[in-house]
Each structure stands twice: as structure tokens, then as C-alpha cells.
Design a protein around this ligand. Sequence first.
Ligand SMILES: *Cc1c(COP(=O)(O)O)cnc(C)c1O
Length: 230
Amino acid sequence: MTTISNNIVAIQQKIANASQAAQRVDEVQLLAVSKTKPVALIKQAFLQGLTHFGENYVQESVEKILQIKDDKEFDRPLTWYFIGPLQSNKTRPVAENFDWVQSVDRLKIAQRLDQQRPEHLPAINICLQVNISGESSKSGTTLSEVMELAEQVQDLPRLKLRGIMAIPEKSDNPDVIKQQFKALELIYKQLQQQYSDIDTLSMGMSGDLESAIECGSTMVRIGTDIFGAR
Ligand SMILES: *Cc1c(COP(=O)(O)O)cnc(C)c1O
């Protein structure tokens, strides 16, 4: 087995153990974050059974997506998630090539994705990125604005609002991170009460996935622990 396949087996076991401990078996999806990593490594992960991939950089990711589309060894469709900061002048290639955008943090980005989503494709799945720590250096909508943005996104026909995504503040104190995950879970539940298609609470990365799963995460985004350091 390759290092990557060993890593995937280990991370799947970690997710399974944390899900079991939280009595949430089979509720947590693994998103493999392949930013900066070449197609050859994505192929190893694919051959190990993964089909959901997250990317951060528009140009790099679109090149890889198109290359993979032409590669017969990828014999099942992949699902692509854009999870990085998105500038409004770069929304078009994202609307044309991705299945999901999890980093929508303002109305302008949502409106452009809605206008630019090609007609032959289904509505693009959206998570609102929430700036849970309130740090000004972080992207994401504030806690007080998230419900308003959700209402606006809900009205855009070529977008399908699925939930929220967040990156907690870097902290050595696990309680600080857990508090932020719990606050996110509250927002998620509020959205679920209001809208019908909300099923995605995207939180947890290589360093904090167990705590995220305990707090209700439905999708962990793992880069380093699958593909190695960047
Ligand atoms: C890079 C990145 C990840 C993966 O982080 P790791 O610590 O490498 O697992 C997850 N989510 C987002 C939004 C990222 O940018």
C-alpha cells in the first residue's frame, strides 16, 4: 500500500471511532483536501475509494479538474468542493467547474455564482462560511449576519443552500475550539429549522476532527493527514 492509502485507512478509522463515541455512526463524510497536491496523488486517493475533493486555488484547481476529466483511470465521477477564499472576479470558473462552494461569505459572491452557473448543470451547492472566532484576519460572515445572508442565498435559483463551513481559531486550548464548534452547531440547527435542504455542517480538519464530530460535524475536511504536509 502507498503512504496515501495507509493514511486514508487511518483517517477513516479515526472518523469511525469518533462517530461511534458520539453515537453518530455513518453521519460524517470525509472531504479530501487536495490543494497544492498533483493529480497523481489525487489518483491514489481515488483508487483508495475517495471521490470527494476540496480545493482552494481557482486556477490550480480548474487545471486539475479538467485534466482528471480527460483521464480514463478516473472511471467514476468526482465531486469537487471549492473551500478557499473567493474573489468576485474569479467566480466564473468556479461556477462552471465545481459542484459545491463552501466559502461563500457575502452576497456579491453568491449573486455572481448564481448568474454564472451554466444552465446544463444542476444548481451549485452552497455552504456559508462563518467567521466563528471573530478574528478580522479570517474570512467568513459574522455570526450576526449569517441568517440574513442565508435568506438572500435561499432566493437565488441556481444556488442550493446546504449548510455552513468554518475554520476555528488556532488555539492550544481544546475547550476554546470546542466552544466554537458548539456555537456553529447552534447556527446549523437554526438554519435546519428554517430551510429544507440543510444537511451539511462542515467543520473539523486534520488537527481537530474528533472534537468537531463530537459537536455534530457532518463533513470533515482533511488535507495534511491524507496527502502530507504542504
Ligand atoms: C487547507 C484546508 C483544510 C485542510 O487542512 P489540514 O489541516 O491540512 O487537514 C481544510 N479546510 C480548509 C478551508 C482549508 O483551507
